[in-house]
Ligand binder design. Sequence first.
Ligand code: GTP
Ligand code: MG
Length: 296
Amino acid sequence: MTHKSGFVNIIGKPNAGKSTLVNALVGENMSIINSKPQTTRHRIFAIINSDDFQIILSDTPGLIKKPAYVMQEKMNRFAYSTFEDADVFLVVTDGGVPSEIPDSALKRLKESAVPKILIVNKADQLSDSQIENSIHEWEKEVDFCKTLLISALHKINTGLVLHHILENLKEGPAWYPKDQITDKPERFFVSEIIRNQILSLYHQEIPYSTEVIVTSFKEDPGKDLVKIHAEIIVSRKSQKPIIIGKGGAGIKQLGIESRKGIEAFLERRVYLELFVKVKDNWRDDERMLREFGYSQ
Ligand SMILES: Nc1nc2c(ncn2[C@@H]2O[C@H](COP(=O)(O)OP(=O)(O)OP(=O)(O)O)[C@@H](O)[C@H]2O)c(=O)[nH]1
Ligand SMILES: [Mg+2]
């Protein structure tokens, strides 16, 4: 029996539906999804295992045309790092045109010899003329081996995406143990679930100025309980009372919603404590960014 494997790297502008596609393909809630752009901040492997293949999908942050702070540059670097190891590219757009991504990313994409599949997502909400224009403009710029019109949200044609990934993967060994489904630890996903609640509950700059760090994760097997402490880092003093809310109502709601999400993810009961900390301008501080996992 032949065995196929490889790195299938997903890139595109923020909010195109990359993480929704990853979750649809793996059948799990791996990457957080939010209606706000710039939800994904790291490169996350989601591994699909079968007896005769291993697909290592990379979800990446949406490519930002004009990064405004160092964290956004680091997010772009995670996305650009996919040019170094891709075996197949999935380029995701939600009906847009190539100029929606930075010129330098488009150039690298054009020059790349790797098979590239254009994924026009959100077919459920695009008009025929939008679809036609998007495909026309992208195909004019980049040499795709296949173009697919899908809805990741409604799982329309996501099976076809898998089929065409496999068509373009080469024979190769499994790179990860077959029972491994990601490169990230449980703690990472816990912090992402909390960050997703911050994206949903708070407005304007707050979610973009916030980082979540799990500082303690203790399992109590006897009680089937996990005790988690997490810090919510904000970049200005004035943001702390906004997170906490009137009489603590904000952080209380954040705690309740986050705990529900974490319990569903871990399939265990969770005791969650949240602390808000100010770290001035952390988004522009190289040392703090490294500490927070922005390694690129
Ligand atoms: N109508 C519709 N909405 C979709 C579809 N796929 C994703 N979305 C929505 O688009 C929004 C963004 O989805 P994400 O998967 O977070 O997008 P992303 O490309 O990962 O975004 P970043 O991580 O910010 O780069 C969410 O509100 C999704 O529910 C789709 O097929 N149809
Ligand atoms: Mg995402």
